[in-house]
Design a binder for this molecule. Structure first.
Ligand code: PHE
Length: 449
């Protein structure tokens, strides 16, 4: 199969991949996981993992996708025919399936908040009332399932149209706009009383707070925010022209991602401390904190609305990529198959997400290994499947792809100094597998025996 889809421009690819990367992971998940995992030390480890493991792995996925120009399964088959390596692609599909099922639930929360804001239900209410309104919203099964449905609907409509028409264009305006509104939010957040407590919580590492779970969470978080480990970036980079400079694209995506993580942290933590809220509130953190910040701004409700719309967009550009990898494998470049299967797969994922949606309401008592359904799905994807996929990719690329092919792939459109190439190769071949295995074994308690 040859790719019928292609990004139309250099910036189109960067924006689409950055769109996949930047989403709920950086804006919603990072603050709450950092909040649970002790703040500064978590942030530090996350940063380290992102640069030492995430960046090389992102580039590895790019190398697989662009060199073969094939989907998440065929690309592995093209590089390692007659082996089982394409199971890494299937693992990516399964990961994306489960991931999108609960991702869409959170995406739905954003939609619910947009409705509440438009209908004026958030006007002039206090911090506690925000908490109550939010809890009511997400525990109501009718609401949470409907908004989850709406989010999936938006995802399907765009993916059904195809990558270039649907996915690429939207990113042009939305990302820069999101940055601007974040800056406003941060200015307000930083000028609240006790803002400095939030800053020290996030930026001053207290390593005594770090345990194995937090280290694994940081590893999972760094893969999650970069969309690494699920072959998503294999798929996206298969639509890239040969003239694109992959190392430069990977670096700019990583930098943008770190930038957004810092923006989200700066917007949220000062406010958490200023309003006397709990940093370890869990997945609800952002939704409880930000309305308070906006309500302390002139025209706050309008800014809040603008933020929610852009936030929704950031989430959607990530969800497109999750559905895209599955649809690309099934439709093999055929436009009518793409349409049909986007709807079918989208609907199945919607159904699969219902238990996660209900786990904040009527099914909140159901637990799997001590976690709610939502938390269990998130844990499975973020802390197990993505690290596993990343581990396999880190092994696959150096062992199955020729060094000369990799070198050439990296040279297109500019180049990669030999020294940097060697560092990348070393990080992938030695550091990534050892570090990932170490963290996984650590959380299983192997080193304590
Ligand atoms: N990177 C996306 C986010 O942060 C999530 C994602 C993970 C998307 C893996 C695709 C694959 O929101």
């Amino acid at each position: 199969m040859n790719q019928s889809e292609q990004w139309s421009s250099r910036i189109g690819f960067i924006l689409a991949s950055a769109g996949s990367a930047i989403g709920l992971g950086a804006i919603w998940k990072f603050p709450y996981v950092a909040g649970i995992s002790g703040g500064g030390a978590f942030f530090f480890i996350f940063l380290l993992f992102t640069l030492i493991l995430g960046l090389p792995l992102l580039l590895a996925e790019f190398a697989i996708g662009r060199s073969t120009q094939k989907d998440a399964i065929e690309s592995y088959k093209a590089i390692a025919p007659n082996t089982k390596w394409h199971f890494v692609g299937y693992l990516g599909l399964v990961t994306s399936f489960i991931l999108l099922s609960f991702y869409s639930v959170i995406g739905g929360w954003i939609i619910a908040y947009i409705f509440r804001t438009i209908t004026g239900q958030l006007n002039g209410i206090s911090a506690e009332q925000y908490g109550i309104v939010f809890a009511e919203t997400i525990s109501n099964p009718g609401i949470s399932i409907s908004v989850h449905f709406l989010f999936m609907l938006l995802t399907v409509v765009v993916v059904a149209k195809g990558v270039q028409n649907g996915i690429e264009k939207a990113n042009y305006i939305m990302m820069p706009a999101l940055f601007i509104i974040f800056i406003l939010l941060i200015i307000r957040s930083l000028t609240l009383s006790h803002a400095s407590e939030g800053i020290s919580f996030l930026f001053f590492p207290d390593f005594s707070k770090l345990n194995s779970e937090a280290v694994l969470a940081a590893l999972g978080q760094s893969f999650f925010t970069l969309s690494v480990g699920a072959s998503t970036m294999v798929t996206y980079s298969s639509y890239v022209k040969k003239s694109e400079n992959l190392p430069r694209s990977a670096l700019s995506i990583v930098m943008m991602n770190i930038f957004v993580v810092v923006l989200a942290g700066l917007a949220i933590f000062p406010a958490v401390f200023s309003f006397g809220l709990q940093p370890d509130a869990g997945p609800v953190l952002l939704f409880q904190v930000l309305p308070n910040v906006f309500s302390h701004m002139p025209f706050g409700i309008l800014f809040f609305l603008a933020f929610l719309v852009l936030f929704l967009f950031a989430a959607l550009t990530s969800s497109f990529s999750m559905l895209e990898i599955i649809v690309a494998v099934i439709s093999k470049g055929d436009k009518s198959l793409r349409k049909k299967w986007s709807w079918i797969i989208g609907f199945i994922i919607f159904l699969m997400g219902i238990p996660s949606a209900l786990s904040y309401g009527p099914w909140s008592d159901i637990t799997i290994l001590g976690k709610s359904i939502f938390d269990a799905a998130d844990f499975l994807v973020s802390n197990m499947l993505l690290p596993l996929g990343a581990l396999l990719i880190a092994i696959f690329v150096p062992y199955k792809m020729k060094k000369s092919v990799l070198m050439e792939e990296m040279q297109h459109g500019g180049g990669f100094a030999k020294g940097l190439f060697n560092m990348w190769y070393f990080a992938l071949k030695y550091i990534a597998p050892i570090a990932i295995i170490f963290v996984l074994l650590d959380v299983l308690g192997v080193w304590d025996l």
